[in-house]
Design a protein around this ligand. Structure first.
Ligand code: PMV
Length: 347
């Protein structure tokens, strides 16, 4: 039996991916850009074993076996990585024919699954990276990002640490739709991210159906698609110049616009709740109280949980402020504190 365990980090988009132009290959309607968080605190850990004695492929997610017969995205990742392994085996007959062995996958998230905390990104990135290690694939992270994309779009960005763009590409086969690193994790060490778990309940509308609904019924989405290319360029510049003022405004505006297109679908989709909106207001008031200089920026994915970017220096005060107005409940820890830098590790 061959077995490998790897972890992969969460990434939080500052320019959001929302909308697919090809639902089979998972090709997006716009470029996106994210910050990879430290996997010390938030990560998916995946162990995969290959054994010819196993009856079939199986998955355990957070200790519970899942039915994977209809899990097309996972099968996409199996199919693509097995095909690469098969090519190696065809060229070298001394290799163990792992491409033909059934696989057992065990994956755990150390944070709420499917609560809009990018669990699919870290989960599918961990799956693809672990498969690549198990099969000893020589492929680059960019190659692997094309495969991870077919598991979950945002997963392609979790294969890199630091600041990562997902280039939408223009090829119909998706060959140029892949993740690239804009700057490494060491580039902007003063920047930190605070993840506020407002609710750990599973989200009501999955990102897949939310995107579909948005493409089909939001007139505002067409406007967004005109705006994102300019924002991508401005965001890359802000990151490379470590310009927090530009970074903060673009991040907040893009999060708000993403939630606006969700509200513009018919029927509307609500990912934010009253606490999320309260945190938005608090951050704006905090920035205003500092003479309009941005000290903090919020962003929300497809769920009510806030991610706040700020400098290391200001973060202590921001945590106190959030804890004061939105005190953590007794039974669950409401906040995580994390650094935005990372690389994948295999054990
Ligand atoms: O990769 P998915 O299908 O889980 O979609 C993620 C979409 C957002 O998290 C809302 C935005 C993003 O770019 O990560």
């Amino acid at each position: 039996m061959t077995s490998v365990t790897c972890t992969a980090p969460v990434n939080i988009a500052v320019i959001k991916y929302w909308g697919k132009r090809d639902t089979q290959l998972i090709l997006p309607t716009n470029d996106s850009l994210s910050v990879t968080l430290s996997q010390d605190i938030l990560h998916s850990k995946t162990s995969i074993s290959a054994n010819k004695e196993y009856a079939h492929d199986r998955l355990w997610l957070n200790g519970k076996e899942e039915d994977i017969t209809k899990n097309k995205r996972m099968h996409n990742c199996f199919r693509e990585t097995r095909a690469l392994r098969r090519r190696m085996e065809d060229e070298d007959s001394s290799l163990v024919p792992l491409s033909t062995y059934p696989l057992h996958v065990c994956s755990e998230n150390n944070f709420p699954t499917a609560a809009g905390l990018a669990s699919s990104a870290s989960g599918l990135a961990a799956l693809v990276f672990t498969l690549a290690k198990l099969f000893n694939l020589p492929n680059s992270m960019t190659d692997l990002s094309r495969i991870a994309r077919q598991g979950s779009g945002s997963a392609c960005r979790s294969l890199f640490g630091g600041f990562v763009a997902w280039e939408m590409g223009s090829e119909a086969d998706g060959s140029d739709s892949r993740a690239v690193q804009i700057a490494p994790d060491t580039h902007w060490p003063e920047l930190e991210a605070l993840v506020c778990v407002v609710s750990d309940a599973k989200k009501g509308t999955s990102s897949t159906s939310g995107m579909q609904q948005t493409i089909e019924s939001s007139p505002l989405m067409k406007e967004r698609l005109q705006i994102v290319p300019g924002r991508m360029e401005a965001m890359k510049k802000a990151i490379l110049n470590k310009d927090f003022q530009a970074f903060a405004e673009l991040t907040m505006r893009d999060s708000n616009q993403f939630h606006s297109v969700c509200l513009d679908t018919f029927p509307p989709i609500f990912y934010l709740n009253d606490t999320s909106r309260g945190i938005i207001q608090l951050i704006h008031e905090y920035n205003a109280a500092n003479g309009g200089v941005y000290k903090a920026a919020y962003t929300y994915d497809a769920g009510p949980n806030a991610v706040i970017y700020a400098s290391k220096e200001d973060m202590k005060e921001i945590i106190q402020l959030i804890a004061h107005y939105f005190p953590p409940s007794e039974e669950k820890k409401s906040t995580y504190f994390t650094d935005p830098y990372n690389v994948l590790q295999s054990k």
